[in-house]
Design a protein around this ligand. Structure first.
Ligand SMILES: Cc1cc2nc3c(=O)[nH]c(=O)nc-3n(C[C@H](O)[C@H](O)[C@H](O)COP(=O)(O)OP(=O)(O)OC[C@H]3O[C@@H](n4cnc5c(N)ncnc54)[C@H](O)[C@@H]3O)c2cc1C
Length: 452
């Protein structure tokens, strides 16, 4: 019989209670009457990103699904040469989830990779991947071998090279960003030359490409570290938000902790007063690890509670109670490392054509975390964006990337807003974002270019 875990119970109880209470706790969003829509027109030969707010005309979009060695290199070189001789831009992408439109070449050549080629080398805890491989391909190939990605984002739909080019981070702890797990890569330069880059070969190009948003060339293959898969047990701890920075660092001094994240409450009346810290340690039983699953139906059900928060303060408080009080009183639930990170983005999809999810992310040093909370309390409630979630992660020093957002250890605050697709919401978002960015810079922090 399938074990009823705390994780499942939290997600499941959230779903049931959420379903029952949705009607009683109905939302109140501002009316759209008389507003100016900024929804995409859905025109042909355009490209958009995950925000839906970046519809941009292209000259051509080429999708490369097969890695046929020289044939693929020739196709890339042809595209680069044609664009250069006509003065057009070229951009390479994978899942095209990065927001802000900066990865879309206006009237230029877009090349998208979608190729699941993953060659594990378990003896050296490495893999060679075609750069269009998605993390779900990596997990599908390595999980049966007892391995998985060492560092990746919270969702599995993204491309491996794309992850390196934005230098994404995850929540395995005492780890730097994903770039810290990349050993080397092959790249076609704008002039067509194929080069290999590592920390010892073309090292400068390696550092410029890590977090370089595809500006240096087209990555075709990469050698990336793997980590052993493990069964993990969670521990939950609630605390005042101001204490989180200190407490997080203390928790990480326990070398048994291998994955960790935090949350802050988001209801407007008590905004960001409480924090939750969730740490994962290896279970004593590491036998018969189940295949990587993701949280499947439970995550889908829990997303109803998540979405029920829109314009509904009581639902925000209910979700917080489910994640903290309910979670800490239910029995513990072990889960494998690979299952924790094998979550598709679609789980979060709001399916509301009038709104879009906008992510923000700020990085502050742990000793400025309380000041960061103060900044958010001052700025965010003054906007009418619907703030649905903030997740907190640890990122260790990144000494490699030229555009490093973690020159010293940082706490990352990943924020999710639901925004109306209207001109008024866009200007409200612009004002709030500007205030947050300026405030974070004044705290010695940084912000994540992927979302702006
Ligand atoms: C729901 C959601 C959750 C997220 N969670 C996290 C998270 O937990 N942690 C985190 O750090 N980030 C997170 N992100 C951000 C995410 O990591 C980035 O948006 C990532 O780039 C998405 O991958 P992609 O395949 O969509 O990239 P794309 O948008 O397709 O590309 C990203 C960049 O990489 C470049 N690029 C792509 N492939 C190549 C190539 N072969 N050669 C050269 N350049 C290339 C592109 O030009 C572009 O600049 C999240 C985003 C979303 C929407």
């Amino acid at each position: 019989m399938k074990k009823f875990t705390r994780r499942a119970a939290v997600l499941g109880s959230g779903a049931v209670v959420g379903g029952l209470l949705t009607n009683a706790m109905s939302s109140s969003n501002p009316t759209l009457a008389g507003t100016r829509s900024i929804k995409p027109a859905g025109l042909g030969n355009t490209l958009n990103d995950a925000s839906g707010l970046s519809e941009t005309p292209l000259f051509r979009h080429v999708i490369i699904q097969d890695d046929r060695g020289e044939q693929m290199l020739a196709a890339i070189r042809t595209e680069l040469a044609e664009a250069r001789s006509n003065g057009r831009c070229v951009n390479v992408g994978a899942a095209r989830h990065s927001m802000g439109g900066q990865a879309i070449p206006r009237d230029g050549h877009a090349i998208s990779f979608d190729n699941g080629l993953v060659e594990p080398d378990t003896a050296n805890q490495r893999m060679r991947v075609h750069t269009g491989a998605r993390w779900r391909d990596v997990i599908a190939r390595t999980d049966p071998l007892g391995f998985g990605p060492k560092v990746m984002q919270s969702n599995n739909d993204f491309g491996v090279a794309a992850t390196f080019c934005v230098n994404a981070h995850g929540w395995p702890v005492r780890q730097g960003p994903m770039g810290s797990t990349v050993r080397s890569f092959d790249m076609v330069l704008p002039g067509g030359e194929l080069v290999t880059c590592s920390r010892s070969q073309n090292a400068e190009l390696f550092g410029m490409t890590m977090g370089g948003y595809g500006l240096t060339g087209v990555i075709t293959r990469m050698d990336v570290d793997l980590a052993p898969n493990q069964r993990l047990e969670p521990t939950f701890e609630e605390m005042p938000a101001e204490s989180f920075g200190t407490r997080f660092i203390k928790a990480l001094s326990d070398t048994d902790v291998t994955m960790a994240y935090g949350r802050l409450n988001v209801d407007r009346a008590q905004f960001m007063t409480d924090a939750l810290l969730v740490t994962y340690r290896p279970s004593t039983d590491q036998t018969d690890l189940p295949a990587a699953s993701g949280s499947g139906i439970m995550a889908n059900l829990a997303s109803r509670v998540y979405r029920g928060q829109l314009g509904n303060e009581r639902m925000k408080r209910l979700r917080w109670w489910l994640e903290t009080d309910a979670a800490t009183t239910l029995s513990s639930g072990a889960v494998t490392r690979n299952s924790l990170i094998n979550e598709p983005v679609v789980t979060l999809d709001d399916r509301n054509p009038d709104r879009t999810d906008i992510l923000h992310e700020y990085f502050v040093s742990p000793d400025r975390f309380a000041d960061f909370v103060g900044l958010c309390r001052t700025v965010i409630p003054g906007s009418y964006q619907e703030f649905l979630n903030v997740t907190l992660r640890f990122i260790d020093t990144d000494p490699d990337s030229w555009l490093s957002y973690a020159p010293i250890p940082r706490i990352a605050a990943v924020m999710s807003f639901s925004q109306e697709m209207t001109a008024r919401a866009e200007s409200d978002m612009r004002r709030m974002t500007q205030e947050l960015i300026e405030g974070v810079i004044a705290l010695g922090g940084t912000y994540y270019l992927v979302y702006f």
